[in-house]
Design a protein around this ligand. Structure first.
Ligand SMILES: Nc1nc2c(ncn2[C@@H]2O[C@H](COP(=O)(O)OP(=O)(O)OP(=O)(O)O)[C@@H](O)[C@H]2O)c(=O)[nH]1
Ligand SMILES: [Mg+2]
Length: 259
């Protein structure tokens, strides 16, 4: 990561706006500061939160002295401004901006959105949909280059983000505990999240997993018990795919740091 930062003129850190504090990397930011590079923070998936919430998060992070934008890569909101801001921060051409961030925050989607005018192909690694595995250089326009990176920054702290972003859901040996923690977190901030996404009204995480498994027909052949592991993987996957709506209220963060 340090090598990559050293090579870049601008570092674009992609953060999931539903939970900016646990999806930003202080470690990355420190490396960027150590090399005295320019950093732009991009709060992505802004289509999933109310505009006012996006504005508040932007202001909070700006308060720490960073340049911040919020965008929706997939809905192409704010992406023109993003392109202009990267150009502006880089100051002169040619330049290379490297797009980094935790897995599944939407780095590749952002690059696609920035290159949209070219209508270019989107998948840098054929045969591995969704999972960026190599560093890939893209040209946005003459003199404006972007590097996509796999989500390989060491994931700091917080449970369950560290687990669910550390590996793909398929690779998790026991996906149930992190899924339960994720469900609890989501329910805390949006009690209707699972009703909205799966029409499941239950409020207990295990019941939600059971219901989802039953609804989808995932049951152990012999015991007829619901296959909650599969449901757990699905919820983690759908959370990454931004199918589950919730957000951490900025006010809660402000209250916490005041105490
Ligand atoms: N709703 C919504 N979904 C998004 C947005 N950006 C990305 N996604 C979804 O989030 C998931 C992950 O996006 P990617 O662009 O593959 O994320 P990434 O950071 O490149 O992932 P890795 O390369 O695996 O680390 C995909 O299912 C995207 O469709 C957004 O702005 N809004
Ligand atoms: Mg990617």
């Amino acid at each position: 990561m340090a090598k990559l930062v050293k090579k870049a003129d601008v570092i674009v850190e992609v953060i999931d706006i539903r939970d900016p504090i646990s999806t930003r990397s202080r470690r990355l930011e420190k490396i960027v500061e150590a090399f005295d590079k320019k950093l732009l923070m991009v709060l992505n998936k802004a289509d999933l939160v109310p505009r006012l919430v996006a504005e508040k998060w932007k202001r909070i992070i700006e308060g720490y002295g960073y340049d911040v934008l919020y965008v929706s890569a997939t809905k192409r909101l704010g992406t023109r401004i993003l392109r202009g801001t990267i150009r502006w921060i880089a100051e002169s051409k040619p330049f290379v901006a490297v797009v980094v961030g935790y897995p599944k925050t939407g780095k590749s989607s952002i690059i696609n959105a920035l290159r949209a005018r070219k209508g270019a192909s989107t998948s840098p690694v054929p045969g591995s949909p969704g999972y960026t595995k190599i560093h890939q250089l893209y040209k946005v326009e003459p003199g404006f280059y972007l590097i996509d990176t796999p989500g390989t920054i060491p994931i700091e702290g917080s449970w369950p983000e560290a687990i669910i972003r550390g590996k793909s859901p398929e690779e998790l040996r026991d996906p149930v505990p992190p899924a339960v923690a994720l469900i609890e977190k989501i329910l805390k901030y949006n009690p209707k999240a699972f009703e909205e996404t799966y029409r499941i009204t239950a409020k207990d995480p295990y019941l939600i997993l059971e219901k989802l498994a039953k609804n989808r027909g995932w049951i152990y052949k012999k015991s007829k018990e619901p296959l909650i592991e599969e449901a757990a993987r699905t919820i983690i996957r759908d959370y990454h795919k931004a199918k589950i709506k919730f957000f951490i209220p900025p006010e809660e963060f402000l209250r916490k740091i005041r105490h």
